[in-house]
Ligand binder design. Structure first.
Ligand SMILES: [Zn+2]
Length: 408
């Protein structure tokens, strides 16, 4: 049996970076390579009903060992890595018995992970850490989740004496580009509830995320020679600035945290004649989220009143919603995760996510799906690292959750 670390070190060797703005799922063909490796491994360890599809999804089943009516649980992780930094030729290194000091990732390139900048490192003193060579990300997001699920699966399949219900496994492409569940076969997956294993440090349990919308603004100005512009010119770029200035200044990601929502301008371009701007709108609270969208539209209406109809066109589209509403009726998902951790001496950390997860979207596709930790830190960058002890603990947490559902 391969342990969780061996599996992880194997998976990070596959470059599975996904790309933004592609028409296809998966966005990059190379993700399918890992998909077929995982499908093969699932077959090897004895999973049933193993299948992949043209989009690179991998599914498999661990059959029940007992005849008892209990919920079918699913465990999901994503195969792709962020496009913020390369995930090619990942060269992981194990720092054994970490001494709590700065970690030199790459002597030649003088890349050091400093405790002053990453104070969370301190609590891993004495543990074994897997780090990068400073030139790529590590890919613990989310190959640690895959390795943990695989190890859990192999443990169950090699120990048929462990009582459990039917367990479904799903590995998805393109999570990092927001398309991870576009083609997820919820019905074929056949789970009543699931967990994504895609969070950060040991203990994290997440079931509240943002309500999210994307908004686009088109500004139509009137361009005219500046020498004769008096009373005639309408500068589209200044319209865009006027719009931004009417948004509440403090509701900006630069100034918000915890449950505070925001408007974020993320791109703007144009000329005197026309300009366009893109925003995202976020809030955990449904009512406040709706208010934000209304306010956004009202500013556009105001500018149209001021400068004439058609000056500003706003289109606002919801992206995803807070899964809390879908999880709360099944709060046992959170309670059992909490209990599993506590019984294993892990302190649960329940925090709102300031973003979305694949599970949030799945929760609105009739598969309630909170998110659990992988054990990793500093995702999407060269300073990404993961503790081996955390990974091992998380596999125990997964097995414990399954036991809690079996024995209740
Ligand atoms: Zn992830």
């Amino acid at each position: 049996m391969k342990n969780v670390v061996e599996r992880f070190l194997k998976y990070v060797k596959y470059d599975t970076q996904s790309l933004e703005d592609m028409d296809t799922v998966p966005s990059t063909e190379k993700q399918k390579k890992l998909a077929s490796v995982l499908a093969e491994e699932l077959k090897e360890i004895g999973a049933k009903n193993v299948r992949t599809d043209e989009h690179g999804y991998v599914y498999g089943t661990i059959p029940a060992t007992i005849d008892k009516k209990i919920p079918v649980l699913g465990f999901i992780a994503h195969m792709d890595t962020s496009n913020a930094i390369s995930g090619k030729d990942v060269n992981p290194r194990i720092v054994e018995n970490y001494d709590g000091k700065d970690i030199v990732l790459n002597e030649e390139l003088k890349i050091t992970m400093e405790t002053s900048q990453y104070p969370a490192l301190e609590k891993y003193t004495g543990q074994d850490l897997i780090v990068t060579d400073g030139t790529t990300l590590l890919g613990a997001d989310d190959k640690a989740g895959i390795a943990e699920i695989m190890f859990m699966a192999e443990t169950l399949l090699t120990h048929p004496e462990i009582p459990h219900g039917t367990i479904q496994i799903g590995f998805t492409p393109d999570e990092e580009v927001g398309r991870g569940v576009d083609f997820f076969d919820v019905e074929g997956f056949g789970a009543d509830f699931a967990y994504t294993i895609d969070g950060g440090e040991l203990g994290e349990i997440e079931y509240e995320n943002f309500n999210a919308a994307a908004a686009k603004l088109m500004f139509q100005g009137t361009s005219i020679h500046p020498g004769s512009a008096k009373g005639k010119m309408i500068n589209a770029l200044l319209l865009a600035m006027e719009f931004q200035n009417m948004l509440p200044v403090e509701q900006n990601p630069m100034y918000t945290e915890n449950y505070e929502g925001f408007f974020m301008l993320y791109s703007i371009e144009g000329s005197i004649d026309t300009a366009k701007a893109s925003y995202i709108i976020r809030d955990h609270d449904k009512a406040k989220f709706e208010e934000k969208k209304v306010r956004f539209q009202k500013i556009a209406d105001y500018l149209n009143d001021k400068y004439g109809a058609g000056t500003v066109k706003a289109s606002i589209k919801d992206s995803y919603y807070n899964m809390k509403e879908m999880i709360e009726p099944h709060i046992h998902l959170i309670e059992n995760a909490r209990k599993a951790m506590e019984e294993l001496g892990v302190t649960p950390i329940v925090v709102p996510i300031r973003g979305g997860t694949d599970g949030a979207r799945l929760s609105y596709m009739k598969l309630p799906c909170p998110n659990l930790c992988t054990g990793g830190n500093n995702f999407h960058g060269r300073y990404e690292y993961i503790s081996i002890q955390s990974m091992e603990k998380i596999t125990e947490v997964l097995l414990k959750i399954i036991a809690l559902y079996t024995n209740q």
